[in-house]
Structure formats: C-alpha cells, structure tokens
Design a protein around this ligand. Structure first.
Ligand SMILES: Nc1ncnc2c1ncn2[C@@H]1O[C@H](COP(=O)(O)OP(=O)(O)OP(=O)(O)O)[C@@H](O)[C@H]1O
Ligand SMILES: [Mg+2]
Length: 193
C-alpha cells in the first residue's frame, strides 16, 4: 500500500533527528514563541543542556522537506502537520520536546495546547522577546554565520511583527537581551514539580 504524504514526511523528519534522549515516564512539551532573531534557538539550546529533551526546529525541518523553501501557506501547512504528528509520537514514547518555531499565531498554538491536553503532558509556554535594536544587530551578525538554520532577516522580522498574537495562557516572558538563567531555573523547577 502506498504511504500517505504525511507518513512519509514524518518519517523523513524523524530520520533527520539526532539520537533521542533517555525515555521518561512524564515527558513535557515546551513551546517557544517569538519573532525572528529574538533568541529562540539560543534559548532552546541552553534549555536542552539542562533538560533531557529533543529540540524540534521548524526551519531545519522545513529544509528537510523542502530543500528550496518558498514559505508558502501550503508548504507551512504540510510542514506543521508533520511536525504536530512527530510531536505526538515523541511525547507518546516518553521524549520531552522543545518546539523551536516562531509560533506567533494563537490559532496554531491551539493545536499544541490540545496535543498536550490529550496526552496529559505538562505544557510550558515561553515567549521570547528582545529590543528591536538588539534583534536588528543580531540578524545582521547572523547573516555572516552560515551555520545557523534560519534565513529570516530584518525585513521578515518587520513583516511578521504585525502577526504576533498574545498568548492567552500562562507563560514565561523572556527578554533575551538580559540574563536568561533565572527563567531557565524557573522552567527546570516547573518541569520537576
Ligand atoms: N540570550 C542571548 N545572549 C546572547 N546572544 C544571543 C541570545 N539570544 C540570541 N543570541 C544571538 O542572537 C542571534 C539570533 O538568535 P537566535 O538564532 O536564537 O534567534 P531565533 O529567534 O532563533 O531566530 P529565527 O526565528 O530566525 O530562527 C544568534 O546569533 C544568537 O547567538
Ligand atoms: Mg532560530
């Protein structure tokens, strides 16, 4: 029988992941949200140093499925369908997941809320921000570093800033131009609670 597009996509994303962490009885789902250059990927890496987890980075995944991404609605639709399915599979196995994506729209975040509810896993939401001047400088500097997975630049930041929805649920608000250690401590305490 022919596999569905979704099954094939999920398989390809799963194969692109590095080795999974040790499985746990109570995995958590951490959803990071913020505009380009606000420091999401940096924050996720710092968190993953302390939490046995896997980072799912939407930009890296996008390139797995679409080597020359168009960022069209159809492309993002297919991508996030596969990402959501993969999140469910990983949490179901006992892997804590950190989702590193802009996640700006509350309507799309709702899917993530419902995944956590259905699987009865703890959901931790984090909104990352930084002053615009800091973001601009970071994005300029990042352009010179080809190892980073994101392509978003200052123009994209300015376009996207109009589509930031407030997070309706309890969340951590992080200003990444300041020390992020205190909030990492708080999140680790919440994970262990
Ligand atoms: N708390 C921080 N302290 C120092 N440097 C930081 C911090 N947060 C981010 N940076 C630096 O700023 C740049 C942009 O951060 P990062 O790549 O994490 O942003 P992002 O939100 O993931 O962006 P994108 O949505 O485009 O992927 C990176 O070069 C990163 O090293
Ligand atoms: Mg990033």
């Amino acid at each position: 029988m022919e596999q569905s597009q979704l099954t094939v996509d999920v398989k390809r994303l799963a194969e692109s992941l590095r080795e999974l962490p040790e499985l746990v009885a109570k995995p958590v789902l951490i959803v990071v949200s913020g505009l380009p250059g606000t420091g999401k990927s940096y924050f996720c890496r710092r968190l993953a140093e302390r939490l046995a987890s896997i980072i799912l980075e939407s930009d890296a995944f996008r390139r797995v499925l679409f080597p020359s991404p168009s960022y069209s609605l159809a492309e993002s639709g297919r991508l996030f369908k596969a990402v959501h399915r993969l999140i469910k599979e990983l949490l179901g196995k006992g892997v804590s997941v950190i989702l590193d994506a802009t996640n700006l729209s509350e309507r799309y975040r709702e899917y993530l809320y419902s995944i956590a509810e259905r699987l009865e896993v703890k959901l931790i939401l984090v909104r990352i921000e930084a002053p615009a001047s800091v973001v601009r400088e970071r994005l300029r500097a990042r352009l010179e570093n080809t190892e980073e997975s994101s392509d978003a630049d200052w123009e994209v930041y300015q376009k996207m800033k109009h589509s930031v929805d407030k997070i309706t649920r309890k969340h951590y608000a992080v200003d990444s131009s300041r020390d992020i250690t205190p909030v990492l401590d708080k999140i680790m305490r919440e994970v262990r609670r």
